[in-house]
Structure formats: C-alpha cells, structure tokens
Design a protein around this ligand. Structure first.
Ligand code: FAD
Length: 322
C-alpha cells in the first residue's frame, strides 16, 4: 500500500500543479501511515528528482524514453497504471490540469479505481474514504465516498499549498520501450516567452470593454509589468481580437491564479465559471452595476483606458523599473 503521485513535466521541469499534488499526496500518505512515491515520464529532465524528496516523496520512478517528452494520454495511462500495480499503490494522486483530465478517467477504467476529479481537500479517512470536491463551477461542494480498493484523486489547481521541507528521494530510473498506441505525436508547438495561462500565478484579462485588438497594449503592458499571463472573455476570442487559447470561462480554460484582474469584462456567469476559483479577483469596469463586482475582492469603477496605464506605471515604479 502506498500513495503514487503522477508528476507532470514540461520542458524537463515538474509543473507547479504537480508540486501541489506531491504535497497533497505526501500529507495523505502520512495520514494513511504509508509512503508517498512519485512517477515521472520523460526523456531528459533538468529537474533534480532527488530534491523532490523535500515535498515528502520517498521514492521517484523515472520512466525514461525520449518519446515520453510529448504527452500521449494512452501511452501515459499504460505506464502510470503499470507503475501503480508494480508499486502496490492504492491511491493515485494527480493534478486536475489539462493532462490530468485526460489521464485520470483512463486510469480509473484501467485500474477499476474510483475517481474523484477536482478534489479541494484531503480525504476524510477515519470511516471510509470521503473526498471533498467542488461542483457546478465552484458554486457548491460535494463529499464523495470511494468504495473501490484502488482510488484516484485529481486535485484542483491552487486548492492545496505547496509545502517543501528537507529530504531526498530515492530515484529509480527505468528505460521503458515506446508504447504502441497507434498514435504518434509528431510535433508540439509551445508558446514561448510567455507565462502559460494554466500555470500563471497572476492573470490579466480583457473583455469587450476594450473596444478592439488595437487597444490590447494596456492589457499586455500591465501583464508584463506584473509577470502575468494574459486571458480574455469569449467574445474577444470569437472576434479574433485575441487567440482562442486565451479564452477563459465555461467553454474555455478554467483557471485558479492567485490574482485575476478583469478589465472591461461584465462578469457573465459563463465567464465566472472559468475564473471564480481565483484567490483574489480585481475588477476594473466603468459600469458600477457590472455583475463582476459582486464576485470581486477589489473593484475599481472607472474607464480602463484611464485606470490601467496608471496601475501599470505604479507597478513599474514599485518594482523599480519605471
Ligand atoms: C453557452 C455559452 C457559453 C459561454 N461561454 C463563455 C466563456 O467560456 N467565457 C466567456 O467569457 N463568455 C462566455 N459566454 C458569453 C457570456 O455570456 C458573455 O456574453 C461574455 O462573457 C461577455 O463578454 P464581455 O464581458 O467581454 O463583454 P460585455 O458583456 O460586452 O461586457 C463588456 C464590459 O466592459 C465594460 N466596459 C465598456 N467600456 C469600458 C471601459 N472603457 N472601461 C472599463 N470597462 C468598460 C462594460 O461596462 C461591460 O461590463 C458564453 C455564453 C453562452 C451562451
């Protein structure tokens, strides 16, 4: 019996969401009186895997094959499930991020394991195994009991803090053969030089209130000053003012940054569905009746074209690069 954590990597580095999953899985292992182990699938890693022992991982299984640098849900399911069986893991923890969403249900079927997707707290394990998750786009919570022997939990981003202490993990590196799934990822184009939206701590987002793509400079300037990612409402990406991968909401990405700054966005329910798990929401809108103000922690009633450049200048001044 152990807890196995899937460590998702990008360009050789373990993603922040996976460090949250590692911290969560280690705490859960402690609670269950067992060990936490990690599994990472990649060719070459720049991460010092042994140092991930600081997150409470006792052992890390590095399944090595250059083909694994590209995420393939079927190949990854096969290999993670195999590791779960060989290590005798009874609980598998992974992040409820893009890759985790593809992996968790496949693992659930393959291992005949009950799955709770979108957990937000450690399970209650004194009587059974009950996991709290958010439902209806964060509007309510459900406590879900898992009755199967093997259990899978995918953890929402920003739901559990990363905790790092001392410690070194034993690293077991195994060269694995390529998995023939009938699908080959031939190329993956990554946006470079920008903070990835799903991983960003701060997101600056713009809506139709910005009037047109030619005005987006005020959004990107603020994002650059803050080291933030940029996002937008759906009409903005539908109108091709911004690329579709920036669209957040019910039909776009769901994000949970520490700070979400919404500029000229009304706050329709479909938009809120993608951002209402943000830790702090700041809304800038010239209409004091805009619905977004009800969901905001801080609000500025004012014209974005007047307010935003002033905030950017103040941030630059604070950071000493005015
Ligand atoms: C099935 C379905 C799914 C949907 N999915 C999504 C989704 O995933 N994501 C999403 O975003 N939407 C989604 N929508 C659309 C959603 O209902 C709203 O229409 C959309 O979010 C509105 O975008 P907006 O706030 O940018 O624009 P608007 O509603 O036009 O709001 C613009 C805001 O800007 C303010 N403003 C104007 N000028 C200024 C200025 N100079 N300074 C400051 N503020 C200003 C206005 O007061 C207004 O509040 C969906 C709709 C449906 C039906």
């Amino acid at each position: 019996m152990s807890v196995l954590i899937f460590l998702d990597q990008s360009a050789g580095h373990i993603k922040k969401n996976s460090l949250e999953a590692a911290s969560y899985g280690s705490k859960l292992a402690e609670q269950l009186g067992t060990d936490a182990e990690g599994v990472v699938l990649a060719g070459n890693l720049s991460e010092d895997l042994a140092a991930l022992g600081g997150y409470g991982l006792k052992r890390i299984h590095h399944l090595k094959n250059i083909a694994l640098d590209q995420f393939d849900s079927q190949a990854f399911t096969h290999l993670v499930a195999g590791t779960a069986v060989s290590t005798g893991a009874t609980v598998i923890v992974l992040s409820n991020n893009f890759n985790g969403k593809a992996l968790a249900p496949r693992l659930s079927v393959k291992l005949e394991a009950g799955l709770v997707a979108g957990a937000i707290a450690l399970p209650v394990t004194d009587k059974g195994f009950v996991v709290k998750k958010s439902v209806f786009s964060g509007k309510a919570f459900a406590n879900v009991a898992i009755h199967t022997d093997k259990k899978i939990i995918s953890l929402n981003a920003n739901a559990f803090p990363v905790s790092k202490g001392e410690g070194t993990a034993e690293v077991i590196e195994t060269a694995v053969a390529s998995v023939n799934t009938g699908v080959t990822v031939t190329a993956a184009e990554q946006v470079t030089g920008e903070v990835p939206l799903s991983e960003a701590e701060i997101v600056v987002s713009g809506g139709r209130g910005l009037k047109g793509p030619e005005n987006w400079g005020i959004v990107t300037d603020l994002a650059k000053a803050l080291g933030a990612a940029t996002a937008c409402s759906r009409p903005v990406s539908d109108s091709d003012w911004r690329p579709h991968h920036e669209h957040v909401g019910q039909t776009g990405l769901t994000i949970a940054p520490n700070l979400y700054i919404a500029i000229g966005i009304s706050g329709a329910i479909q938009h809120l569905a993608g951002v209402n798990r943000s830790k702090t929401i700041v809304v800038i809108n010239k209409d004091p009746e805009a619905p977004f103000f009800k969901a905001a922690d801080y609000g500025i009633v004012g014209d974005a074209f007047d307010v935003v450049p002033k905030i950017t200048a103040a941030v630059k001044q604070l950071k000493g690069n005015a």
